[in-house]
Design a protein around this ligand. Sequence first.
Ligand code: MSP
Length: 635
Amino acid sequence: MCKNCYITTPIYYASGYVHVGNAYTTIAADTLARYKRLEGKETYYLTGMDEHGLKIQEAAEKQGKTPQQLVDDVAEHTLGLWKHLGVTNDGFIRTSDPRHMAKVSELFEKFLASDDIYLSEYTGDYCVACEAFFTKTQLGENNTCPDCGKPTRKVSEQSYFFRLKKYEKQLLDFIKANPDFIQPETRRNEVVSFIESGLEDLCVSRTSFSWGIPVTSNPKHVIYVWLDALFNYLTAINYDEHDDSLYQKYWANNKEIYQLVGKDILRFHAVYWPIFLMAAGIPINFKLYVHGWILMKDGKMSKSRGNVVYPYDVTSRYGIDALRYYLVKELPIGNDGLFTYERFFERYNSELANDLGNLVSRTISMINKYFGGKIEKGSVATPFDKDFEDIINDTIVVAKEEYSAFHLQNALTKVWQIVTRANKYIDETAPWVLAKDDAKQEELKSVMYHLAEALRIASTLLAPVLIETCPKVIEYLGIQEEMSVENLTFGYEYKNNVVSSLQPLFKRLDVQKELVEVNTPKVVPMDFKSNVAFDDFEKLDLRVGEIIECKKVEKSDKLLVSQVQIGTETRQIVSGIAETYKPEDLIGKKVLVVVNLNPAKIRGVESSGMLLCASDGKTLQLVEISNVNSGVKVK
Ligand code: MSP
């Protein structure tokens, strides 16, 4: 059996913060990675950020940042979030990483040399949000994007094309020869019919914006984000580097590669990606596991709908395990799931607080009460023991299969059978009755032993999801060994006593109270940045400036370029304020300017400074000042 395992998530767009919907892939992948480590596999779990493309460039312009500043901020936030959620990624690839960029450039040139890529003219309907062109037949009503529903734009440019068509048959043959390449089967069928309807060559370069990897031999073109981004799965593990041992171990010589993706990006991973690999002569060693979406009552979570829930909103009140459990339990393989607080509280109370939390506290307190904390097998069985034991052993086998098949919801449901059966077993055996009868002490021991075993085994199998709770339960049982599913079976010899007292694992929630809480607009704590020394503050040179000229930046809806008089000097400054201000309205305004920022090129236009604005992300206003001459210091 293969000892290595490579697990990847798609890399997240660095245009904004991750919400509970798109946190799903990462939490699901983390669950799988933790499970594989419990199996004793050497596991490399990769996630990262997709940092190029028009979407990022426009988001940066909107926020008055350079694209690099934006992606740095978002990457830092996202890494912090993954850490907070207990995500155990081994790698974090960013597509602005020079190593990644260099390798993608090389591959592009290689594809040009092999004539897999050629230069031609393209006119098409482009969705900026999805960074994809769509054919007329794919477009929704009024030329909207079939994936996200946003309006597409006509884009016409000289472009490079990838010969997808050339690989059509080879890909179909591959998918037919490897029936488990795309899972679940419904997604595989979707892909097969997409390919059978005929592939068109793919436009793989853009000239209408600059934020991307330039084509080395023709730098006015930048490489299409998907060609750039998909190769992250290889550049992150040092493909074609001097030391490529990670690549050799986790890709070239590995048959256990899980690539997890949401259904919205199936085509990119099931069609383009394997074709790119075929053209590059790299083995297609991975399997694609496609999951559905976490939906809100009113559809997909999106900022424009105003229905976004962020992971911190949930974890700050209910803990990390509750969120991880909910998301993993909610998504059936191949279908969508729902996030509502009503459903979340229901699951929290009935499954986590009642079923599991109560089972743990009842079991530990009974073992203390009846046997001073000691767990022993007991020489006389009750009539219910055999059946309970069989259920536990059967669950181990099935849950392991479900995890490995990435049927995470099924795995949880299966393990929960141990938990619910254990609660029923307590009612059946009525330990409090046995305790009163001296002749029944061996049966009572056996009951306690069975309950401890149920907890030990359920906790081990749930540990990939309930990352804080399960290690606690194992500790409560006095077990010091590392958890493992390798030889997991009923029959452990307990050496230590259980803990003498414990805090409840999940406190029951008052649903009505919590609903009021989550529906009341929050007094959000101010996310002030950390303190800086006065000397550092003094490094900033803030001045009063007067806008004397202003016009729109060509081909941009968001940017204005102003000439700003600052005392005796005139500075050219680009700002992302065109959605709020018309150029003519700004002439004569006195504003605050940071004058000693390093100059930057935004959309090819030199900018030497920054106009200060107040913005909450939705509205924006320039900070104006009157009765002070331009050039005066602000301190
Ligand atoms: N950048 C691309 C991936 C490039 S991979 C070479 C991308 N990024 S994303 O940020 O939009 O999405 C990241 C992951 O979140 C994807 O797997 C996507 O399917 C998933 N989800 C986004 N919204 C989701 C839900 N509401 N529910 C579940 N997963 C969803 O796509």
